[in-house]
Ligand binder design. Structure first.
Ligand code: AMP
Length: 217
């Protein structure tokens, strides 16, 4: 099963993708996580990519496609989180899938009002080691500042500031909304209200995906 997960940063797609991959035994592929790993390397390209990410801008399509093309060819059961983010990326992904004869089965889109996204992002904590996510108020770790999963010290992402979030939201509405329409027209879109208790949303999603034939692996 090949799933793409859409929604602005802070809509809960990373948290839900992690819960679903754990439940169903899929691979979680987050383009943001892949890029954050890449930007730890010392090269002019990595530094340029980091600058774009830090101010909330998108990384050029050519680089994103070179990352995603290999993954789509290698993996059969995945949740792709953070890609496609532009209409041209969705067309490119469609072309890759047609070429390898493995279509995207489901696109899940999370919607949350912008003001709630901003609240969520500014209190967000992430684990730099295992990428688990927490929130100072809404999803606090058991021990303050420490990852429940692996014990690493939690951090705030450099791009999780009010100004950068506003920039990312603007880009989402301008550039990613057409991607949601693309999958709606393809008949594979699952529209999810991302407001409310994260565990309840996971339970509902699992039920819907099971009804669509997704089984544990
Ligand atoms: P995320 O972790 O999904 O919020 O992504 C963090 C940052 O990585 C984004 O703000 C972009 O700078 C970059 N990024 C991730 N995925 C993509 C993509 N599909 N296209 C362009 N840039 C991306």
């Amino acid at each position: 099963m090949r799933i793409v997960i859409l929604g602005p940063s802070g809509a809960g797609k990373g948290t839900q993708a992690q819960a679903l991959t754990k439940h169903f035994g899929l691979k979680h592929i987050s383009t943001g996580d892949i890029l954050r790993e890449e930007t730890k390397k010392e090269s002019a390209i990595c530094r340029a990519v980091k600058r774009l990410m830090d101010r909330g801008d998108l990384v050029p399509d050519e680089l994103m496609l070179s990352i995603v093309e290999g993954i789509a060819a290698e993996e059969d059961h995945f949740i792709l989180d953070g890609f496609p983010r532009t209409f041209s990326q969705s067309l490119a992904l469609d072309a890759i899938c047609k070429r390898i004869g493995a279509p995207i089965d489901i696109a899940i889109s999370f919607s949350v009002p912008d003001n709630e996204i901003i609240q969520r992002i500014v209190g967000r904590l992430v684990c730099p080691k295992c990428t688990a996510m927490f929130h100072i108020h809404f999803l606090p770790p058991k021990a303050e500042g420490i990852c429940d999963n692996c014990g690493a010290e939690l951090i705030q992402r450099v791009d999780d500031t009010v100004d950068t979030v506003k920039r990312r939201l603007q880009l989402y509405h301008d550039l990613t909304a057409p991607v949601v329409d693309f999958y709606r027209r393809s008949g594979i879109l699952l529209d999810i209200n991302g407001q409310g208790d994260a565990h309840e949303i996971t339970k509902d999603l699992i039920k819907v995906l099971e009804e669509k034939g997704l089984e544990k692996r």
